[in-house]
Design a protein around this ligand. Structure first.
Ligand SMILES: [Zn+2]
Length: 184
């Protein structure tokens, strides 16, 4: 099959869009992750290693994203150090992450968007950036993160007892990551 990144005939792998490490951080190891949907009539599906797509990437190409995925995991996960809460009285109203590498984190979000856009997995069916796919791939291939206003990202984190969710927004275009039902 054709790898969507190097655009050559390759043996493709089970490539994650949202990295597997993010899914592994959800809940504890005794639970099997499930994908739930609000689609009428659709039942939850087991997804023990998260959501992957076997039709988009070969291993060498997937590996090029690894340093960016690792940095995002180091910086963004709830257990990562450096998350400082901002309070309004006793209530946490926001979080600050003061230490991160702009280049690696931005390239993570850009590659995440590109991977989600080229994915044919049902989980990402509403993610499509159409004519920007090529431009984004060119920038990623050159490790060029661009200005903050180019493929701008807003990151939101929501906490509730026993439950955490993150949402990445590209302009007005949201893409969520994970929850922690019953997690520590
Ligand atoms: Zn490839």
């Amino acid at each position: 099959m054709i790898c969507r990144y190097c655009e050559t005939e390759q043996r493709l792998i089970k490539a994650h869009v949202i990295p597997a490490g993010f899914f592994r951080s959800i809940g504890d190891s005794s639970e099997t992750l499930e994908i739930h949907t609000n689609k009428a009539g659709a039942r939850p599906k087991r997804a023990p290693v998260g959501v992957y797509d076997k039709s988009i990437l070969c291993r060498p190409c997937d590996n090029t994203f690894s340093p960016w995925d690792k940095h995002a995991k180091d910086v963004l996960l709830r257990t990562s150090p450096g998350h400082e809460a901002i309070y309004d009285g006793p209530t946490v109203v926001a979080w600050t992450i003061k230490t991160f590498d702009y280049r690696r984190l931005k390239l993570f979000f850009m590659s995440l968007l590109w991977r989600a856009s080229v994915s044919t997995h049902d989980f990402y069916r509403r993610v499509s950036i159409g004519p920007f796919e090529k431009e984004l791939r060119t920038m990623i291939a050159a490790s060029e993160p661009g200005e903050p206003t180019t493929f701008a990202v807003i990151l939101a984190r929501f906490d509730a007892p026993g439950y955490t969710a993150m949402r990445f927004c590209y302009a007005s275009f949201p893409m969520g990551w994970g929850t922690t039902p019953g997690g520590p």
